[in-house]
Design a protein around this ligand. Structure first.
Ligand code: SF4
Length: 403
């Protein structure tokens, strides 16, 4: 497995596969052809179907100003090497001087056809949680110690930068009112949730309300093309920060412990992207929100000092009960169901930790089992439910007279 550091990428929303990845691909392609006088980019698959709502063209033009963008909605997915495929062409005096197919493989990562992905070198010989668990047990070390031994010494500073960006997104989102861009007329709700305390509100209700407010805040920033951190994607970027923000700012956990929890979350995300996928276009929302929920559950369990079996079980429960979750964004925008889904997944992560705390010794399913199941389920999933906006809520909404 590669370093955990690239699980977290700081970039502009609303979709890591549709904005962060294409922007990075555009920058890299432009760097390879400095003699070109114009660029042409064709988007296929999910990028063609939801790229307009997700702002893919704008992101590409930020990397390649003036690029001509085409949306090819005719080529069937079966003929594409990846559901998020782009063809870049560099032209000079009307002639093509270079071209590449590039795949946006999830979480803002890209791969040029015939080349390795743009991520760093392999740093973990282990591929799954079971092997890591065995290592930790044999050497009597914690997951955080295991991660520190493998990663570069700058991991701490990198995570601190990530955590600052996550907190900034929460705080900006809580300060901002108004209607989200895109034409659906969706109002921002983070501030309402944050300020609207019920009369006689119990401690549990306060916790859920605040965590939901933080998740909405980050997800609304994402929907407004604000600066967020992939965790593991932009569409699911509100889940992990919301719970960690609550734990530090409302429960008083020190920042050092939050950074350790972020390392555990990244390891879980890393296992998922190595052995399955974190791309909604490849495996549906279970790969995005399900992964974010598992990362958050694992992080929270680690933050509370639970043992490695409890951490694994918390992540497993969180993923298991997101299996089959489809991606059907209304209008191709990352708003409905995405924003609310981030808040619900944050609460589900907390429930997963509560169960794992007591029941870890009775479990039958490992985290690696559920990751493999998620991948197989995603591969079986009809294309309509993998970020094309052709099924589910997106289709129901599009059929309404007022849509
Ligand atoms: S439904 Fe899920 S996977 Fe699809 S765009 Fe929204 S958050 Fe991403």
């Amino acid at each position: 497995m590669k370093s955990i550091r690239s699980v977290y990428k700081i970039g502009h929303g609303p979709s890591s596969s549709h904005t962060v990845g294409p922007f990075r691909a555009a920058c890299e392609f432009g760097r390879r052809y400095p003699a070109a006088d114009c660029f042409r980019v064709t988007l296929y698959g999910s990028l063609a179907f939801t790229g307009e709502g997700h702002g893919t063209g704008k992101s590409i033009r930020q990397g390649l100003p003036g690029a001509e963008i085409r949306f090819d909605r005719e080529t069937p997915e079966a003929e594409l090497p990846h559901p998020n495929t782009m063809r870049f062409e560099a032209l000079r005096a009307g002639k093509i001087i270079g071209q590449s197919r590039v795949f946006s493989i999830g979480g803002g990562s890209i791969r040029f056809e015939g080349e390795e992905s743009d991520e760093e070198k392999e740093v973990y010989p282990q591929k799954g949680f079971t092997e890591i668990l065995r290592q930790c047990r044999e050497r009597d070390i914690s997951l955080v110690q295991f991660i520190r031994e493998r990663e570069a010494p700058s991991l701490r500073e990198d995570l601190a930068e990530v955590w600052r960006a996550m907190q900034d997104a929460v705080q900006r989102g809580l300060r901002t009112d108004g209607i989200l861009p895109g034409g659906l007329g969706v109002a921002r709700k983070a501030r309402i949730l944050y300020e609207k305390r019920c009369y006689n509100e119990s401690a549990d209700v306060t916790m859920n309300r605040l965590i939901a407010a933080y998740a909405y805040a980050v997800s609304e920033e994402n929907a407004s093309e604000g600066l967020v951190v992939t965790a593991p994607t932009c569409g699911s970027c509100g889940v992990l920060p919301s719970v960690m923000y609550y734990m530090q700012h409302d429960r008083g956990f020190p920042e050092e412990e939050i950074l350790d929890a972020l390392a555990v979350a990244a390891l879980i995300g890393n296992i998922i992207r190595t052995n399955a996928s974190i791309s909604g276009a490849e495996c549906g929302c279970q790969a995005e929100i399900g992964s974010a929920c598992a990362m958050t559950a694992g992080a929270l369990a680690a933050l509370h000092g639970l043992n490695i079996d409890q951490i694994e079980y918390a992540a497993e429960i969180a993923m298991e009960h997101n299996l089959g979750l489809t991606c059907d964004p209304v209008g191709g925008l990352v708003q409905i169901p995405c924003i609310e889904r981030n808040a619900v997944a944050a609460m589900r992560a907390i429930s997963s930790v509560n169960l794992s705390r007591f029941l870890y010794s009775t479990r039958k399913i490992s985290f690696d089992d559920v990751v493999e199941t998620m991948y197989r389920t995603g591969k079986d999933m009809n294309e309509k439910y993998r970020e094309t906006s052709h099924g589910g809520l997106a289709q129901i909404y599009a059929g309404r007279p007022e849509a």
